[in-house]
Design a protein around this ligand. Structure first.
Ligand code: ITT
Length: 210
């Protein structure tokens, strides 16, 4: 069926379309439909994902999938967290956002890897036009490197080194960042977004029947 991907973030949209590709949805983005961007007034990733999914479902009359995500840094008590996009300013300058994170870490004296732990979090919400809502969450643990490394991905990817890997998300191809399948112990889903999708799929799609 037809599904609205309720995001105005090009990097996210690309990843969500890749993660949805096996399931044969016909997707249209909020940008392509010129849907308004609701104000993200929620206190949690889930609240904001629901706000965005609901607004898109109501405006379009179609089921809508939204992703609210961000980087939570332990030494900064979870900041930038739900404010991750805002730290990049109105012009979405993520070189600056990463510099801000690094400056805050320096202020805390967070130099060794143990003091620089962080996780990416993604909450996905699907809203149906009848008001039904569902949410899932995915997370990936890692440490923050400085200077940033790599030019792939988007946002804070170049400073995020996922646990167990020696390359940042910025140094990984999209396929590597997504990781593999939930039933493959050698290569399970990796990114927060891929893990959230895996949970969604486990709950709703009988993968044995393709
Ligand atoms: P929409 O609300 O339109 O979807 P947004 O960019 O405003 O777009 P968020 O409010 O969810 O989205 O902000 C999440 C920010 O967190 C995003 O702008 C990135 O900077 C960062 N982020 C989320 N997922 C990321 C990822 O996989 N890699 C790097 N940074 C990520």
């Amino acid at each position: 069926g037809r599904l609205v991907v309720a995001t105005h973030n090009a990097g996210k949209l690309r990843e969500i379309r890749e993660l949805l590709a096996p399931f044969g949805f016909d997707t249209v983005s909020a940008g392509e439909l010129s849907l308004p961007e609701p104000e993200e007034t929620g206190a949690t990733f889930e609240d904001n994902a629901i706000l965005k999914a609901r607004a898109a479902a109501e405006a379009s009359g179609l089921p809508a999938l939204a992703d609210d995500s961000g980087l939570a840094v332990d030494a900064l008590d979870g900041a930038p967290g739900i404010h991750s996009a805002r730290w990049a300013g109105a012009d979405r300058d993520f070189a600056r956002a990463m510099r801000n994170v690094e400056e805050e870490l320096q202020k805390k004296g967070a130099t060794g890897p143990d003091a620089r732990t962080a996780r990416f979090v993604a909450a996905l919400a699907i809203a149906w036009p009848d008001g039904h809502i569902e949410t899932v969450r995915g997370e990936v643990e890692g440490t923050l490197v400085w200077p940033p490394r790599g030019t792939q991905g988007f946002g804070y990817d170049p400073m995020f080194l996922p646990d167990g890997f020696d390359r940042t998300f910025g140094e990984m191809s999209a396929q590597e960042k997504h990781g593999g399948k939930a039933d493959d112990p050698d290569n399970p889903p990796l990114s927060h977004r891929a893990r959230a999708f895996a949970t969604l799929v486990e709950a709703h799609i009988d993968t044995d029947n393709g």
